[in-house]
Design a protein around this ligand. Sequence first.
Ligand code: FBP
Ligand code: AFP
Length: 338
Amino acid sequence: MTTNTKRISLTQFLVEEQRLHNTVSAELRLLIEVVARACKTISHAVGKGALGEVMGSAGSENVQGEVQKKLDVISNEILLEANEWGGHLAAMASEEMETIHLIPNRYPKGEYLMLFDPLDGSSNIDVNVSIGTIFSVLKAPEGMASPTEQDFLQPGTHQVAAGYAVYGPQTVLVLTTGNGVNCFTLDREMGSWVLTQQNIQIPADTREYAINASNARHWYEPVQRYIGELLEGKAGPRGVDFNTRWIASMVADVHRILNRGGIFMYPADAREPDKPGKLRLMYEANPMAFIVEQAGGAATNGPQRIMEIQPTALHQRVAVFLGSKNEVERVTGYHQEA
Ligand code: FBP
Ligand code: AFP
């Protein structure tokens, strides 16, 4: 990984990506720039906190029956508005909306579909802990007249771009177009994204893991076995002590792992046997899996590679194990044995 690069803007970076890789079209480049601009606006709203009347509940529920925070709703609107008019998208889907959002007839339509979680880490919004935005871009099927939900149900391997923004002590944007992973930091004075980390690589080994341990009594055997080993520390099979890190914002936990390794887990558990985990395949797991794999890591739902799952519903949930390759392979092996 290279740090402290000379000052390269997101625009310059994307223009160069377009020249180098035929997978990055002018439309895709402009789409990413629009998303990045929307993330800047969300960052500004998040930064205002109590001064901006953006805190607290919006008094509504999303399709999953979760209480929406004002910032969830504001961020969703910012992303929809920013991306409607550019002509790059055929339709959008959001974790906060029941069904897909078509581009209004007054605007031209493009060849891409975008899915997003406008504000990830809801429980941290009101307590000034890092939160973020996650997005995933797919190609719309060729010859499609008007997009339907079915057009979005493509496996993660079909993603042409994915990224996330973290609104933390700094605002950063992490991006992949399938050619490695790069990170941009928001220069708040200049209002521009500056390339600050190039070709990020996740170490294959780690001594850090992230899981909500309060659910331990509900975990299935492969997770019990794996975490049991980590807790044994020096006496366990790895002969080293492990450290827990759980921020409860997937964006922030993944960002830490991207920077110094680790394994993030949100398993399915015995509380609701029909519910395969908490996180959403299309808005959270697929884009994060794409980023993590592009950074040399791995991502599975236990037995299977996340990006190869054929989605069956827009808001489908999935178990998630991602990060440092050797640890993900180990816990994946335990699921396959079971
Ligand atoms: P939201 O979409 O409601 O924010 O849920 C996703 C999430 O906040 C993840 O970012 C995070 O990893 C996880 O839920 C935290 O879950 P828990 O509340 O069990 O710690
Ligand atoms: P520092 O002063 O080195 O940051 O340590 C304090 C602290 O980071 C505190 O803020 C945390 O609650 C705690 O340490 C975390 O400790 P673990 O490393 O044991 O999780």
